[in-house]
Design a protein around this ligand. Structure first.
Ligand code: GDP
Ligand code: CA
Length: 323
């Protein structure tokens, strides 16, 4: 029987983790189907095109086209169109749409305008990149994360990219959530999985937004599959990016144990069965085990594909999947 592995993912952290997971599956010749449920909260309309940052990071990373150092966008990218748009003073000057990336957004927008749902469009775009995993947007409806700040309610990307998360956030709102449901296949991918993995993605605006869509949170709380998370916080720091600003906005400490408690144990109404932290956070293992958690420590720095494959192997083992 094919092993069904489902990953709930944001952009860079989730994509790098999944790339390691797929490499492990290949190395061990595991008969496995990997399904990735991607955050859509960062999506936006810009210059008339629909931009889906996390789906694209997944597609490019798993399809071998990502700009490796940057972690997102296309390699060998240029920005002539973006620079020229800035000359008109239109759109968001601080948000670069690379020339090659723009082709993805144009293709997506054309298909959306023709009436296809985002899930079908994503499948169509992924035919080109062959990511090796099934990519599902969390929702076909528009659910966008906005940030409550002194400047008013602003789109997450404006807060993150323009303000570098430097404007204090009072909270996050998922605009469109009331009319949103899970995209086709998402709930089944969670309830029918042999194991569900929460990679080291942003717990607030990546995984948090996915889980805010009610059928998805419910599926995770009720699935018979073990749910294993990998901490995105290493030694009290988010490694890359500014996830600490998101955590402090919702009153969660930037700490591996605090993030686990934020997700909660399924035995107590939360979403996790087991939590993998970095060896830098051995202290969290002791604390959490004392509270009844299944918790282990290993190196969790997503340094290269081989290292990441080992992290994925540990997470799978914690979920009862032998590789
Ligand atoms: P985004 O949508 O591009 O922000 O990507 P994700 O939400 O998938 O992942 C971003 C998170 O990954 C960051 O907030 C970090 O906390 C975490 N992260 C980044 N690099 C590493 C790493 O090497 N190891 C671990 N454990 N976490 C990391
Ligand atoms: Ca993101």
């Amino acid at each position: 029987m094919r092993v069904q592995i489902t990953v709930l993912s944001g952009g860079v952290g989730g994509a790098r983790f999944t790339r390691g997971l797929l490499s492990l599956v290949e190395q061990r010749d595991l008969d496995a189907q990997v399904t990735v449920v991607a955050n859509v909260g960062d999506d936006m309309w810009l210059h008339g095109v629909r931009v889906c940052p996390d789906l694209d990071t997944l597609m490019y990373t798993l399809g071998g086209a990502v700009h490796e150092e940057q972690g997102w966008g296309r390699r060998d990218e240029s920005r002539r169109t973006s620079d020229d748009l800035a000359a008109y003073g239109l759109g968001w000057e601080w948000f670069t749409l690379g020339d090659l990336d723009l082709a993805t957004h144009l293709a997506r927008t054309e298909l959306l305008r023709a009436g296809q749902p985002l899930s079908a469009v994503t499948e169509r775009l992924a035919e080109r990149w062959r990511p090796g995993a099934r990519l599902l947007p969390a929702s076909d409806q528009e659910v966008e994360t906005h940030v409550e700040t002194d400047l008013g309610l602003i789109h997450f990307e404006e807060w993150w990219v323009r303000h570098r998360a430097g404007v204090p956030a009072r909270g996050f709102v998922q605009v469109g959530l009331d009319a949103a449901t899970a995209a086709p296949g998402v709930v089944d991918a969670i309830t029918g999985a042999d194991v569900v993995l929460l990679p080291p993605s942003n717990p607030v605006v990546s995984i948090g937004t996915i889980l805010s869509i009610p059928p998805i949170g419910d599926a995770l709380r009720s699935t018979a599959a073990p749910v294993v998370g990998v901490s995105p916080i290493v030694g009290g720091s988010p490694v890359r990016g500014m996830a600490d600003a998101c955590l402090s906005a919702i009153g969660v400490e930037t700490d591996a144990a605090a993030v686990a408690r934020h997700y909660g144990r399924r035995a107590e109404g939360g979403v996790l069965d087991a939590w993998l932290v970095d060896t830098a956070d051995e202290k969290a293992v002791l604390e959490l085990r004392a509270e009844g958690w299944v918790c282990d420590a290993a190196n969790t720095l997503l340094a290269d594909v081989a290292t990441t494959a080992r992290i994925a192997e540990t997470a799978l083992r914690m979920g009862g999947v032998a590789v």
